[in-house]
Design a protein around this ligand. Structure first.
Ligand code: NAP
Length: 326
């Protein structure tokens, strides 16, 4: 039987005012699909890109890429997932800003009893991103000194704690003193307040001229050049986002100075194979469970008011994870 669900949808790309609260009808789950009643939904910066059209979508769409809830129905080929089971996801594409959604079962991860729904919704996409960045894009190891931009953000707080847990000395960048304090409490040994400090020069000072083996850069346009300048020879620039805007085209020649590796990684590629998704989520649950990584849900909004969350994140007013409650 088709069900109706309230959802936050976009019919035209644009600002937060284009987000509308309306009812949609969901058909029965098809083969390989599940119907999930959502209990908590994670906000992610990519939701802004889907809304504005920076990552063009076929419209209309229900925004949102991360959530947790309970399976209400499954189609054929459910990979052993059952009605009534608690699940969470951070891949599978838009559709999360809704009371209920259909999603491919290959994206669903069974939720362990000791991981609350709000923590899962706050951490699946952001935490598995931190997982692949510190364990696969560049294997962070004891003794590494690394640089993380937007250290007090959603991904940032998790990434800094995880890297410290692996034995790294973490240098973080933030925009305010308040964010600096938070980043210091969550894994950063050094925090650079970027409007005041030249981060590439400070990284050279801290590393006694050597530079860092990896920069995790989600800020993009405003940081890219100095991120390159912060690297040690053969260093990795992991450009995993563009919160400040898209990096303009570059000539590969600019990488020659340090024989630098430049990568533009995405969670959707790293965790496309189900075994990678399950291993990644297991690793995330383990660091949460051990207390090595604390998930900070610093802002909660009613789902209906998701536009307010978009405004606050874009204005850099948030820290840690933002959760929407249906
Ligand atoms: N590739 C992947 O697999 C992947 C997965 C997840 C997320 N991401 C990317 O990672 C980034 C972080 O995502 P998130 O959801 O955790 O967001 P977030 O870091 O909580 O929010 C963005 C932060 O970026 C910083 N920033 C710098 N310049 C900015 C500007 N002009 N406008 C807005 N923010 C600016 C701000 O921190 P300060 O004020 O401290 O500078 C802001 O708090 C996003 O770019 C996202 O697309 C990529």
């Amino acid at each position: 039987m088709p069900v109706r669900s309230w959802a936050v949808r976009v019919h035209e790309h644009g600002g937060p005012e284009k987000m509308v609260w309306e009812q949609v009808e969901l058909p029965d789950p098809g083969p390989g699909q599940a119907l999930v009643r959502q209990t908590a939904i994670g906000f992610n910066f990519i939701d802004i890109y889907h809304r504005t059209g920076l990552y063009p979508q076929s419209l209309p769409i229900t925004l949102g890429t991360e959530g947790a809830g309970v399976i209400e129905a499954v189609g054929k080929g459910a990979l052993g997932l059952k009605v009534g089971q608690r699940v969470a996801y951070g891949t599978g594409g838009p559709g999360a800003y809704a009371e209920r959604r259909l999603i491919g079962v290959q994206h669903l991860v069974p939720l362990p009893k000791d991981i609350p729904d709000a923590i899962a919704a706050a951490a699946m996409l952001k935490g598995m991103t931190a997982e692949y960045l510190v364990r696969r894009t560049h294997k962070v190891k004891r003794g590494d000194t690394i640089l993380v931009h937007a250290a007090a953000g959603g991904v940032g707080l998790i990434l800094c704690q995880w890297a410290r847990h692996l034995g790294a000395t973490v240098i973080g960048t933030v925009s305010t003193d308040e964010k600096a304090m938070l980043a210091k409490k969550h894994g950063c040994k050094h925090v650079l307040v970027v409007p005041r400090e030249d981060f590439a020069a400070r990284v050279r000072e801290i590393t006694k001229g050597k530079g860092v083996p990896v920069v995790y850069d989600s800020v993009g346009k405003d940081t890219f050049d100095k991120s390159l300048d912060s690297l040690a020879p053969l260093g990795v620039l992991a450009l995993f986002g563009q919160s400040s805007g898209t990096v303009p085209p570059i000539s590969p020649g600019i990488l020659a100075k340090g024989s630098t590796y430049l990568t533009r990684p995405t969670l959707f590629v790293y965790n496309a194979a189900r075994e990678n998704l399950l291993a990644s989520s297991r690793a995330l649950f383990a660091v949460i469970r051990s207390g090595a990584v604390k998930i900070r849900v610093n802002h909660t909004y009613p789902l209906k008011e998701a536009a307010r969350a978009h405004e606050d994140v874009a204005a850099r007013r948030t820290t840690g994870s933002v959760v929407l409650t249906p």
